[in-house]
Each structure stands twice: as structure tokens, then as C-alpha cells.
Design a protein around this ligand. Structure first.
Ligand code: HEC
Length: 195
């Protein structure tokens, strides 16, 4: 006697079989069109064009030719953001804010000196006490660069300080050229304000 087909097997659909179906004509035309477009595109493209970045600046722009003004915003990003943050708000209790800071917006001579020699010791900023180490940038920045980064900081985040000229940096650098230690926080910087 023939064995009945198990129910599970009876439920199965027959295996699918592959049929021949030609590639639609429209698709072939689209491929041919794309190919033609690609050939024409390459043939007519200006291959010697400068590769530009997303913001349209080229490497040559970033290298900045001699004589062009230092870019304060770029200098800030590269040298200050790690501590004072892109928002200029610093890190509470650790890195003081530059936004709304009396040191940033105040006497430009003092601000220049802060950057030239750095700070350690207790410093009061916007009523908060800080006891950290601000590195010095005197050896790293030219007069123009120091002026540019300070001018940038003095106009960002609602700050109201006037731009700082390279001539002022030059003068201040000369004045304290024998100094090799950072300013001792409030104690020395307050005196600088009046000196
Ligand atoms: C390694 C971290 C660090 C870096 C980098 C740094 N700073 Fe500072 N900065 C500090 C600290 C810490 C203080 C506070 C010093 C203290 O407590 O005695 C300070 C204080 C200051 C002050 C005076 C207080 C205030 O908040 O206004 C200014 C102005 C300043 N920095 C500007 C800058 C600028 C501009 C740069 C970049 C060129 C920079 N700093 C880079 C850590 C840093």
C-alpha cells in the first residue's frame, strides 16, 4: 500500500523554476545613457581644477600666503578650545570662561600679557575662583597672531573688547621680555592693570 504524504509535506509549494526574462529595453537605454554621460563628463571635465574642500577653501588658501592676516578664529580653535571650549564658557571650576570675562574685555595690555606669559596661582573670573595653569603663548605666536587670536576672543560670544593691534603686542612683549615665569594670578595681574 502507498504511504500517505505527510501533512507537513503536502503543505509545501512546488519548487520555483527560473524563467527567461529579457532585460527591459528602458533599463538598457538608461545604462547606455549613463555610460555616454560619464564619457562626456570625463572628456569635458577640467581635471587640473584645484580640489576644493566642502567650504570651497583650497589647501593653498589654508596655507595662507605671506602677508595675509593671521586667522584669529583658526588660531583659537587650534590653541585654546581644548581648555576654554568652543563656546568660550570654559569648564566650571577648572578652566575659566572667556565669554563675558573681565580679563578678556578689560585692558588689552593685561590680556596681551596673559597670553605672552601665561598664569598660575589663584585667579578670579566672573566671581569664580580658579587655581589652574594657563600656558604661555609668547614663544609660539607672532605679534600678528597673538593680536588676531585676542581680537577674535574679544568679539566672540557677546564680548565687547576692541580689536588688539600687533603693535601693542610688540610693545608689551618688549616691556616684559626678561620675564620667564607665568603671572601669579590676581595678585600680579591686578597690579598690571594699574602699571
Ligand atoms: C591647558 C589649558 C589652557 C589652554 C590651552 C589655554 N588656556 Fe587660557 N587659561 C587656562 C587656565 C587654567 C586659566 C586660569 C589660570 C589660573 O587659574 O590661574 C586660563 C586663563 C585665561 C585667561 C584669563 C581668565 C579668563 O577666563 O578670562 C584668558 C584671557 C585666557 N586664558 C585666554 C586663553 C587663550 C586666548 C588661549 C589660546 C591662545 C588659552 N587661554 C589657552 C587654561 C588654558
Amino acid at each position: 500500500m502507498k504511504k500517505p504524504i505527510p501533512r507537513a509535506q503536502a503543505r509545501e509549494n512546488p519548487d520555483p523554476s527560473e524563467r527567461i526574462k529579457p532585460v527591459p529595453m528602458v533599463l538598457l537605454l538608461a545604462i547606455a545613457g549613463l555610460f555616454t554621460w560619464a564619457v562626456v563628463y570625463i572628456a569635458t571635465a577640467d581635471l587640473s581644477a584645484k580640489p576644493s574642500w566642502g567650504d570651497q577653501r583650497t589647501l593653498a588658501d589654508l596655507a595662507k600666503p605671506a602677508g595675509q592676516k593671521a586667522d584669529g578664529a583658526a588660531l583659537f580653535t587650534a590653541n585654546c578650545v581644548a581648555c576654554h571650549q568652543a563656546t568660550g564658557m570654559g569648564v566650571p571650576g577648572v578652566f575659566p570662561p572667556l565669554a563675558g570675562s573681565e580679563w578678556v574685555n578689560g585692558d588689552p595690555k593685561v590680556a596681551v600679557q596673559i597670553l605672552l606669559h601665561g598664569i598660575n596661582g589663584k585667579l578670579t573670573v566672573k566671581g569664580g575662583a580658579y587655581q589652574g595653569q594657563m600656558p604661555n603663548f609668547g614663544g609660539k605666536f607672532s605679534d600678528e597672531e597673538l593680536a588676531a587670536v585676542l581680537s577674535h576672543v574679544r568679539k566672540e560670544w557677546g564680548n565687547t573688547g576692541a580689536p588688539v593691534e600687533a603693535a601693542l603686542v610688540k610693545e608689551q612683549r618688549e616691556k616684559t621680555k626678561d620675564r620667564a615665569t607665568p603671572w601669579n594670578g590676581d595678585t600680579e595681574l591686578e597690579k598690571l592693570k594699574h602699571g
